[in-house]
Design a protein around this ligand. Structure first.
Ligand code: SF4
Length: 407
């Protein structure tokens, strides 16, 4: 089914661990890995653990034993994405901008819009995905703080997602290169999936069960509970609403908006209608490209009316990504739900549940980005989208030819 609809050509896996091993051969390189939220609730399945087992500490220990110098949490940048995306939503709502705003952290969804609905690409949030933000922030802010040269950093993203391999290759994912005037820099250097990591560990004889848990590096490691639920369908919406509420009211939302029950679950299209400071906000959450296509047709026909729409192309969101363990063939919703429950539990257990309350997010704005949607934040953390519809006629233009030109 996916082969008919996936617009990203990322169905077949290309193992990129060799790139990391090559970089590890160079003693002058510092190898940094950032881990996406849903890897930690699926990796254990490769080592005989029940679906959804939360193995964050063991995963960090495994990465350290492979030789990574820094282990960071992509959830940190999920918090950053929320700050930017929520600020953009508030701006669009308060200035009568283009609505609904679509989430943009799923590269397969972004390419789907660029290919099949290019006329609607101005609905996509301009905020990059967490990995898209993590890359340039590591090569600039993190590098300065750790006294590292940007060209000596090899940036790896550990993800559930084969489409992220395409995303990091987009030509605009080079904000650090532009800032540091070094054309050879890329924001992210390699993506490996949960399954690729498991294969690598097994080849090295490293058993996850035999490790002692380790912790993330203390700088750009800590994240809020809002950051972690990025890994499941509905999570981005829930996290963004928490911070949009705070931006509009100066207060944190009450419990029913922290746990946004209507957008949880596995129905293909879910809706919620809320009111923030007297402003109605109509939200929808979609997973799976066929559901996305149906929703887009309804939006085009003005049969539905939303302000904010989250789309993830994998069933269940990233917990069900193409690079995750295939613990059942075909994959089933019981396994997906176990992974989702594990992420929600971690959010519920977190002392910080709002992206805007993450002290290191507050610090990165104070010391580097100034504020959400600042000129620097726009340069590093936002992007634009191309019309790729010519691909449907067998034409494959270079993306540099179809991206809008700078004025
Ligand atoms: Fe990747 Fe699937 Fe997550 Fe989209 S939903 S970012 S394709 S894993």
């Amino acid at each position: 089914q996916c082969a008919n609809v996936c617009p990203v050509n990322s169905i077949s896996e290309v193992d990129d661990t060799y790139k990391i091993k090559q970089a590890m051969q160079d003693p002058s390189m510092r190898i940094v890995v950032s881990t996406s939220p849903s890897v930690r609730v699926a990796l254990g399945e490769e080592f005989g653990m029940p679906a959804g087992t939360f193995v964050e500490g063991l995963m960090v220990a495994a990465l350290r034993s492979l030789g990574f110098h820094y282990v960071l949490d992509t959830n940190f940048s999920a918090d950053l994405t929320i700050m930017e995306e929520a600020a953009e939503l508030v701006k669009r709502i308060s200035t009568h901008g283009t609505l609904p705003q679509f989430t943009s952290c799923c590269p397969a969804w972004v390419k789907f819009v660029e290919t099949f609905y290019p006329e609607m690409r101005n609905h996509l949030s301009s905020a990059k995905s967490p990995i898209g933000m993590q890359g340039p922030t590591i090569k600039t802010y993190f590098a300065q703080k750790q006294k590292l040269a940007a060209d000596r950093i090899f940036n790896v993203a550990l993800t559930p997602c084969t489409a992220k391999k395409f995303e990091i290759g987009r030509p605009e994912m080079n904000a650090a290169a532009a800032e540091l005037d070094d054309v050879n820099l890329r924001d992210m250097d390699a993506v490996i999936t949960t399954r690729e990591l498991a294969r690598w560990l097994k080849a090295e004889g490293i058993d996850l069960n035999a490790l002692k848990p380790s912790e993330y590096d203390s700088f750009m490691g800590p994240a809020s509970g809002a950051g972690i639920i990025f890994g499941n369908t509905g999570g981005v919406m829930e996290a963004a609403i928490r911070t949009a509420y705070w931006m509009l009211t100066d207060e944190n939302p009450k419990a029913d908006l922290v746990k946004l029950t209507p957008v949880r679950g596995m129905d293909g299209i879910r809706e919620a209608e809320l009111e923030i400071n007297g402003i109605p906000v109509r939200a929808a959450v979609v997973h799976g490209t066929e559901n996305a296509r149906q929703l887009m047709e309804k939006i085009k026909a003005k049969a539905v009316n939303y302000d904010f729409v989250e789309v993830m192309t994998c069933r269940g969101g990233c917990i069900g990504g193409g690079g995750q363990p295939k613990s059942a063939v075909p994959m089933n919703d019981e396994i997906r739900q176990a992974r989702i429950d594990s992420l929600y539990q971690k959010d519920a257990d977190s002392t910080i549940r709002f992206s805007h309350e993450n002290p290191q997010i507050q610090a990165v704005y104070k010391e580097f980005y100034s504020k959400p949607l600042s000129e620097k934040a726009e340069r590093f953390l936002h992007t634009e989208y191309a019309d790729r519809s010519a691909i449907l006629n067998g034409v494959h233009p270079k993306v540099t030819d179809i991206l809008p030109k700078a004025e």
